[in-house]
Ligand binder design. Structure first.
Ligand code: FAD
Length: 407
């Protein structure tokens, strides 16, 4: 059998798990596996809100790729993917060109700003380690300057978060927890700090269970978060944000607007000429592109319809991980000329953290959990991933074990 050249683009949840599975299941004489990623580390995207608020160190979220991959089985190339030429079976990187027999696209998501004026230029986002760090440093800088400046400028300590979905709410929880520490460090009265959430729908966490939404709002309001729902963000400048509610426009002076209300698939897909649906590749049942039978797509780059709900499954780490297992299986079948299997996401539950000590969630299809139980469940989910990816060694190094509530 001819040795196949498998190239995996992106070391996110999907890419890392695919490679981990492939290195276990394929022999070195049947495949050469190459993983390409822009950084030398994999980061846990689902922890980035903690990095952005400064409640967890960046090193905790980062996992060195070379600590996970098997050097005899996987070549790791740290480089930036510029484009894919699927007809020629080539990938253009910043520093080289790669040929492939089988391609896996796992390049994740980008922030979508929907052409709202000023957002792309002036709003902070939480989509990788670098911009999470920029946001954290900016927040701390404003506390430091506020402390020193003679004429206090309230805009420095007004933090506006656009979007009350999962990312926005999880960040609010972390920021609300970090504020008392920053107030103490910079000798700032907490009364000077405002954290405002602007959400377009009539409620935060649209589509989530009403009772849990109410619990989340109460938990965050008790820590000083203000909610403005049914409001559309209209413009962002370095010193203000403008929103519209009931036809009336209001400007909030702020040095910090965080945009957490939109993601789209990596634009490389569309720019490389793949046929897309909402910017993603609508994959076949076996996770392959309908146009190229040697191209598999995973995670936030893949679109799978949830026919029961009549809309696509949401982009989540949970689904990316499940997909990668199916993709690894199907690649093995593909190169061995065996039958592939179909994939259907199995949603085990959804848990949103509201800071270190609080969370809400739905598990086992309909069981609601909140408070301490939900925080434990969130940590179990995080730890389970670490165990799957790197075994006990990784779990012990990076795992979250502080499961008891603070009294
Ligand atoms: P990613 O994990 O985004 O990985 C893509 C990889 O590709 C990255 O390593 C990136 O550096 C690399 N890359 C991108 N472009 C290039 C390029 N041009 N060249 C080379 N490398 C490149 N989901 C959940 O299930 N549960 C949660 O609780 C949850 N919480 C979240 C909280 C936050 C703050 C955010 C932002 C997202 C959250 N999500 C959650 C969504 C989840 O993180 C994504 O759905 C998931 O990361 C998608 O995985 P992926 O493998 O497709 O891409």
């Amino acid at each position: 059998m001819e040795k196949k050249n498998i190239v995996v683009l992106g070391a996110g949840y999907g890419g890392m798990m695919t490679v981990t599975k492939l290195q276990r299941s394929l022999r070195t004489d049947e495949a050469k596996i190459t993983l390409v990623n822009i950084n030398e580390y994999h980061y846990q995207t689902t922890w980035l809100h903690q990095n952005a608020a400064g409640t967890i160190r960046d090193e905790r979220t980062k996992i060195r790729i070379k600590d996970i991959i098997h050097p005899q089985k996987v070549d790791f190339i740290q480089d930036k993917v510029l484009s894919i030429q699927p007809k020629e079976k080539k990938v253009m990187l910043e520093n080289t060109v790669l040929d492939y027999d089988v391609l896996v696209i796992g390049l994740g998501f980008e922030v979508a700003t929907f052409d709202i004026p000023g957002l792309e230029e002036h709003a902070f986002t939480i989509n990788n380690i670098k911009n999470a760090r920029q946001l954290r440093e900016h927040i701390e800088h404003n506390f430091a300057v506020f402390h020193k400046e003679e004429e206090k400028n309230p805009a420095r300590l007004t933090f506006v978060i656009g979007g009350g979905g999962f990312t926005g709410i999880e960040f609010l929880g972390e920021l609300a927890n970090r504020v008392p520490e920053l107030c103490e460090k910079y000798n700032v009265d907490k009364q000077n700090v405002r954290i405002i959430n602007i959400e377009g729908s009539s409620t935060i966490l649209p589509g989530f269970d009403e009772q849990l939404v109410e619990y989340a709002m109460n938990s965050l309001e008790a820590r000083g978060v203000e909610f403005i729902t049914g409001a559309i963000l209209k413009e962002c400048t370095p010193t203000s944000v403008l929103f519209e509610k009931h036809g009336m426009q209001t400007k909030i002076p702020t040095y910090t607007t965080v945009w957490a209300a939109g993601v789209k698939a990596n634009s490389i897909i569309k720019e490389s000429g793949f046929t897309t649906n909402q910017g993603k590749i609508e994959v076949n049942n076996d996770m392959r592109s309908p146009e190229y039978d040697n191209v598999f797509v995973i995670g936030d780059c893949a679109l799978i319809m949830d026919f029961e709900k009549g809309k696509p499954y949401p982009p989540t780490a949970q689904i990316a991980i499940q997909e990668s297992e199916a993709v690894a299986y199907n690649i093995k079948a593909y190169i061995r000329n065996q039958e592939m299997e179909g994939f259907k996401p199995n949603i085990l539950g959804t848990v949103a953290s509201l800071g270190e000590q609080d969370a809400i969630g739905v598990i086992f299809k309909s069981k609601k959990i909140l408070g301490w139980k939900a925080t434990v469940m969130k940590k179990i989910i995080d730890n389970r991933y670490l165990l799957k990816l790197g075994g006990f060694r990784l779990l012990l190094k990076k795992g979250k074990f502080n499961i008891f509530p603070r009294v």
